[in-house]
Design a protein around this ligand. Structure first.
Ligand code: FE2
Length: 211
């Protein structure tokens, strides 16, 4: 198609309008973060939204239970439906279920799932139950507690990490330091859910720049 000056002007106006709409909603794309070395090589067959229990086992994961709820939206605030949300984390002792984390003196938890693959619903919402991950050492510094995410939207894959508010190690974390904007990767503490009073509850909304 031959682009005329009018097309360019109209296209430019639409782009300006969409940017202003996003700004008026205060929406800014969630910062990308490193994938890290521990994306599961073998994903567990149980990868549902309750990471504190594994199918076929009666025990529950050690640690402080948490609930995380959130939405995946685009810059206009529209829900990104059926986005694939992969998440993985260390357990409450700071150990990943990954061969690359073998030197870690912390022990594995046989009742902890460690990975989940979720899909957002019609409103772009996702929700999972897990345990609070512990901080851990790396050769280049200590990591503050975080959960890794790889989110496949309609036209975009966002690899990032979610952090917890008020953590003393947040200030020093060498990856959180690179997040821009920083607030986009820090969850908000919310009131505990009535159906799950023992779990700390957090909200974390994800904004995809493209959708
Ligand atoms: Fe990590």
């Amino acid at each position: 198609m031959l682009l005329t000056r009018r097309h360019l002007v109209v296209g430019g106006a639409a782009a300006v309008a969409s940017v202003s709409a996003a700004r008026s909603q205060g929406l800014v794309a969630t910062s990308a973060q490193d994938l890290g070395p521990f994306y599961p090589i073998l994903r567990p067959s149980d990868h549902d939204a309750d990471l504190t229990r594994l199918k076929g086992r009666s025990g529950t994961a050690m640690g402080q239970p948490i609930q995380v709820i959130g939405r995946v939206v685009d810059l206009h605030g529209n829900p990104v439906r059926n986005a694939q949300v992969d998440l993985w984390q260390c357990n409450a002792a700071g150990r990943y279920d990954h061969p690359g984390d073998r030197a870690n003196p912390a022990t594995l938890d046989p009742n902890f799932q460690g990975f989940a693959r979720l899909a957002t619903d019609r409103d772009g919402q996702f929700k999972f139950r897990s345990v609070k991950p512990k901080d851990y050492d790396t050769p280049i510094g200590r990591r503050t507690p975080h959960i890794h995410f790889a989110i496949d939207g309609r036209a975009e894959r966002l690899v990032t990490q979610m952090y917890f508010p008020g953590e003393p190690l947040n200030e020093a974390d060498f990856l959180l330091k690179n997040a821009a904007p920083r607030e986009s990767v820090i969850a908000t503490a919310i009131e505990r859910l009535s159906g799950d009073p023992q779990a700390l509850a957090f909200r974390w909304n994800v904004v995809l720049g493209v959708g």
